[in-house]
Design a protein around this ligand. Structure first.
Ligand SMILES: [Zn+2]
Length: 76
C-alpha cells in the first residue's frame, strides 16, 4: 500500500510514501477532524491512499485570489 499526495486543485503529484507503514502523525493527518479526513483522504480499492492537499503554486494563487477557492471547490 502506498500513500500518494496530490494537489486537490491541479492534481499535480506532490509525493508519495511507497511503504505506508507510516503512522498517521507522520503524514500530518492526525489533526484533521473526521469531516476533513473524509474530504481530504481517499482510500482506493487497491489499498492505496490518496491525500488531497494544496501545492505551493495553487496555495499562492489562492492567497492572491481567494475567490477562486469557491470556484475550484464546488462541493465544499
Ligand atoms: Zn496545485
Amino acid at each position: 500500500m502506498a500513500v500518494n499526495y496530490i494537489c486537490r486543485h491541479c492534481s499535480m503529484p506532490l509525493g508519495s510514501f511507497e511503504n505506508a507503514d507510516v503512522p498517521e502523525y507522520r503524514l500530518g493527518l492526525h489533526f484533521l477532524t473526521p469531516e476533513e479526513r473524509k474530504r481530504i483522504i481517499a482510500y482506493n480499492s487497491n489499498g492505496d491512499v490518496t491525500v488531497r492537499v494544496i501545492c505551493d503554486y495553487c496555495s499562492q494563487t489562492l492567497d492572491a485570489n481567494p475567490e477562486l477557492a469557491l470556484l475550484s471547490n464546488p462541493l465544499q
